[in-house]
Every structure is written in structure tokens, then in C-alpha cells.
Design a binder for this molecule. Structure first.
Ligand code: C2E
Ligand code: MG
Ligand code: MG
Ligand code: MG
Length: 281
């Protein structure tokens, strides 16, 4: 009887696996056609200077509108596209699309684009960045590439060489999700970062957890010591913002300032305003 039950469970498990494998294959397959079918969209989320409340830029975040599945979140399809390699084509599309968009703004705000480990380590990445800047006319200083610590470790010397070439063009580099990856303080020193982004898991907890508050204060101290501005991700409440302001965090991003959305919803920021001092060409 126990054996029978065990076999039943095994079959159930196999069936479940079958469904998951099929779904994954389907996503892999559909992703290959997502660009040509126009199913990918970029949404934009403002990044704000805490002391003045001015928007200084936007982060570009990818969305996939699947005809049957609806909106597939990036955490669901980017890891798959990294495994299959389609992230190279998708990442290039995002870079070109966002640089073209940002080049059209009257207000020369920065645009931050997420770069996957696979893109960073692929041959020709720095040449691609150069070509896209040239083709779109976006000044290099207005582009910021967001890289996670985990993306560096695959091949540190190679990642360093690539980022140095990109940085030499005048492009800015931000360390994304700081504190969640294989954090190594030596990476922060060795790599040419211009900014640290504190992961939202810490920001979210500053009100309720003394430990999270301590971690955020420590990262801010680290930033000060290294001369790197710090942006706090995932700021949702005025309480979190007050804490960050009091601790002299430079920038913030989160639902409190705006949810990621189509750029047309942010035209009051991309047009009409005087240029922001530290982004003016
Ligand atoms: P990330 O780069 O750390 O992006 C921040 C994530 O936090 C975004 O999730 C954003 O929508 C979300 N977020 C922003 N403010 C708040 C807030 O106040 N509260 C909460 N709870 N969440 C907030 P999203 O858009 O789902 O993206 C998830 C991750 O997918 C990104 O994390 C990034 O690692 C990756 N990703 C997104 N777009 C791209 C892309 O074009 N290329 C690559 N390679 N990765 C991307
Ligand atoms: Mg990011
Ligand atoms: Mg992040
Ligand atoms: Mg993230």
C-alpha cells in the first residue's frame, strides 16, 4: 500500500515536472519571437535626488506582454533568456530603445539600463554600447549601466576590462542590488563604479528592523568613504525617505516617487524643466 502511494506521488511529481518543463520550453520558444512580434516594452521609473526632490534620471525596466500569459515579469523570463542566449538580442533591443528614447528628451536626464552577466561577458559588448550611443546621439554621460555583483564574478578580469572600456567612453556604472550578491568589498574598490544601489530588501526594513537600519547606515558610510553616491531602491513610505534623508543618502527610487510606467506618463519630467546641474552637458 505504501509502495502504491509512493508510486502515485511519483507519478504526480513527474506530471508536475512535465508541466513545468513544457511551460519553460514554451516560454523559451515564445521569447525568440517576442521582439519581432512587438511584445516587449520598456517602462521607466524615476530616480530622485533626496535633498532637492528633483528627478535626476530613470531606470529602464523590461516588460513582456505575452498574448496568452499576459504580462510576464522580468524575474520570470530573464533567467531563461540568459540560459538560452536570447538575452543578447533582447538586451541590445532594450539598450537601443532606451537610448533613442532618452536622446529625444528636452531635459537631459540620465537613463539607467540593466545589463545581464551574459551581456557583460559576451564579446563585443563595449563596441555595442559605443555603436548605440553613436547611432542614437545620446551623450555617453547620460547613460548609466546597472550591473549586479553576481554578474561580475563569472570572469572578474574580463568584466573589469569591459567596464573600463565602457567607462572610458564616459558611460556611468552603477552597482545594482548591493548587499544581496557575493558582496566583496574589494570589487567595489577595483571596479570603476559611479554609484551604489542599496537593494530594496534593506530599504523596506529600515523602519522595522534596527539591523536593516544599521546595514543601510554602513553602506552610506562606505559610499562616503569611497566617494560614491548611494541610491536606495524600493522607497515606498515617507518614513523610509525621512530616514534616508537624515542619513544623507543622495538618491532614491521607488513607488513613493513613481511606479515604473510608460514614458508618456512622465512627460512633465522629460520636457520643459530646466536641466539638472550634474547631468547638464
Ligand atoms: P532591479 O534592477 O533591481 O529593478 C528594481 C525592481 O524593483 C524592479 O522590478 C522595480 O519594478 C521594483 N521596484 C521599484 N520600486 C519599488 C518599490 O517601491 N517597491 C517594490 N516592492 N518594488 C519596487 P522589476 O521591474 O520586476 O524587475 C526585476 C528585475 O529584473 C530587475 O531588478 C532587474 O534585475 C531585472 N530586469 C528588469 N529589466 C531588465 C532588463 O532590461 N535587462 C536585464 N538584464 N534585467 C532586467
Ligand atoms: Mg536595476
Ligand atoms: Mg536593484
Ligand atoms: Mg534586482
Amino acid at each position: 500500500r505504501a509502495k502504491q502511494e509512493g508510486r502515485g506521488q511519483l507519478r504526480f511529481y513527474e506530471a508536475l515536472m512535465g508541466v513545468q518543463v513544457r511551460e519553460r520550453r514554451q516560454i523559451e520558444h515564445d521569447l525568440r519571437h517576442a521582439i519581432e512580434r512587438g511584445e516587449l516594452r520598456v517602462v521607466y521609473q524615476p530616480q530622485t535626488r533626496i535633498d532637492t526632490g528633483e528627478a535626476v534620471g530613470f531606470e529602464a525596466l523590461l516588460r513582456w506582454h505575452h498574448p496568452e500569459r499576459g504580462t510576464v515579469p522580468p524575474d520570470r523570463f530573464i533567467p531563461i533568456s540568459e540560459e538560452t542566449g536570447s538575452i543578447l538580442e533582447i538586451g541590445e533591443w532594450v539598450l537601443r530603445e532606451t537610448c533613442r528614447e532618452a536622446a529625444s528628451w528636452d531635459n537631459p536626464l540620465r537613463i539607467a539600463v540593466n545589463v545581464s552577466a551574459v551581456q557583460l561577458h559576451a564579446p563585443g559588448f563595449s563596441e555595442l554600447v559605443h555603436e548605440v550611443l553613436f547611432a542614437t546621439g545620446l551623450p555617453a554621460a547620460r547613460l548609466e549601466l546597472e550591473i549586479t555583483e553576481t554578474a561580475l564574478i563569472r570572469d572578474l578580469p574580463r568584466a573589469l576590462a569591459t567596464l573600463r572600456r565602457v567607462k572610458a567612453m564616459g558611460v556611468r556604472i552603477a552597482m545594482d542590488d548591493f548587499g544581496t550578491g557575493y558582496s566583496s568589498l574589494s570589487n567595489l574598490r577595483a571596479f570603476p563604479f559611479d554609484k551604489i544601489k542599496i537593494d530594496s530588501s534593506f530599504t523596506r526594513a529600515v523602519d522595522s528592523s534596527e539591523q536593516a537600519a544599521t546595514i543601510v547606515r554602513t553602506v552610506l558610510g562606505l559610499g562616503r568613504g569611497l566617494g560614491l553616491p548611494v541610491l536606495a531602491e524600493g522607497v515606498e513610505t515617507t518614513g523610509e525617505l525621512a530616514f534616508l534623508g537624515a542619513e544623507a543618502c543622495q538618491e532614491a527610487q521607488g513607488y513613493l516617487f513613481g511606479r515604473p510606467g510608460p514614458i508618456d506618463g512622465f512627460r512633465h519630467l522629460t520636457t520643459g524643466l530646466p536641466p539638472v546641474a550634474d547631468t547638464a552637458a
